[in-house]
Ligand binder design. Sequence first.
Ligand SMILES: *Cc1c(COP(=O)(O)O)cnc(C)c1O
Length: 470
Amino acid sequence: MLPWQQKLVRAIPPVNAILAAPAVARLMETHARELVVGSVGEAVGALRRRILGATEEAEVAGLNLSLGAIGDEVAAHLAFKLKPRLQRVINATGVVLHTNMGRSPLAEEAVAAITAIASRYNNLELDVATGERGSRYAHVEELLCRITGAEAALVVNNNAAAVLLMLSALCQGKEVIVSRGELVEIGGSFRVPEVMEQGGAILREVGTTNKTHPWDYERAIGAETGALLKVHTSNFQIIGFTEEVTTKEMAAIAHKRGLPCLVDWGSGVMVNLERFGIRHEATMDELIADGADLVTFSGDKLLGAPQGGFIVGRKELVQKCKKHPLTRALRVDKLTLAGIEATLKLYLEPSIAVERIPTLRMLSLSAAAVEPVAVQLAQRLEPVLAPHGFNAQVIDGMSQAGGGSLPGTDLPTKLVAIAHPAPHEVERRLRQQDPPVMVRIGAGQILIDPRTLWPEELALVVSAMERAIV
Ligand SMILES: *Cc1c(COP(=O)(O)O)cnc(C)c1O
């Protein structure tokens, strides 16, 4: 320690004096003593590190070591400690399902159901008609069957869990035939060959990356075969010279040999998206009608529900999954079930589902529907940008479904574009606001896509920009 550093460190008031400072004493009135004492320790530690980290005296010349200034530091440390780490962010990227931003936001109906169930006792495993123990799965099973046309259904923690459970319960020690074009990796940790291994099934690859034919499956079926598995290529597309076997064809091949046809459909789309100009994706009821014996899918992708993994299909197979010991380890909690039930109820009237479920509503917006919001936002940004010499323009662009759904589907949109010499700096500063605002950057411009904004978020974007623009 250099002499000037020693002098400064000695000038830091003792902990007792800091604790007695009026600002700190006030904190003690509303917070536990240990918490405040801990924050004092952190504030003092940070000051010491700044002093010892400086290479010359001038760097720390302005350091305020008064009790008042240190008291403010203590309050800041305490506030930081109490602030939630998991926080709301504003998604101005136009990526509707963003895994890093929590995938599907929930419909208000789902939020209300979660709140009601979370704060009081409930009938999670109680049959109120008989007073006996009930099943937590019963609350949503009938609803799932009605919407998908399946005989039975089960919900677990997420779709990765659903696939693992399905393979463990039905295919342990047996071969499962999968097309080489469908050996996907979803988000790094879910890889079909590895889940297969974990489930105790033996992967039998057929076909090639770009083409798989019905006879590839037929020829691979043998005494060891447990099932045929179809996997949705959720986050990529094979284009060009390609051929895949449809669920209907696969089911027919499987059934001829007395085998189940299993489908991991990932995104879990329940409504026909074609009317929004989006390429057709088979819906769950179509897959069941095509003969799939079990279909698994996620709750928080296109379904727009809380995180969950669904298994729907033939009763006897769902029953085997229910009885498997893994089901207990992968079980969903009451909050998830409450949110899922409320979301599924909206699907009883598909037009209401599109209106009420944010994910579907956002996907359904045409560029013409986004435009007035973009124009309004650009106008509201103008007075914030003009003093810095910048302006906002409305331009054509593309939004994405994202989150392992609808690969290759771009949704025409209108963007608010701000040309800026340091877009990355503004992007970083927008991210540091409360709530953080996430934007895209393209061709040196800051791009804001109103598709994924709620009306009340426009004001938050404007005020964040006011603080972030440089
Ligand atoms: C997203 C996806 C998964 C993983 O689902 P999670 O709900 O994220 O666990 C598995 N398979 C497919 C095909 C997917 O698209």
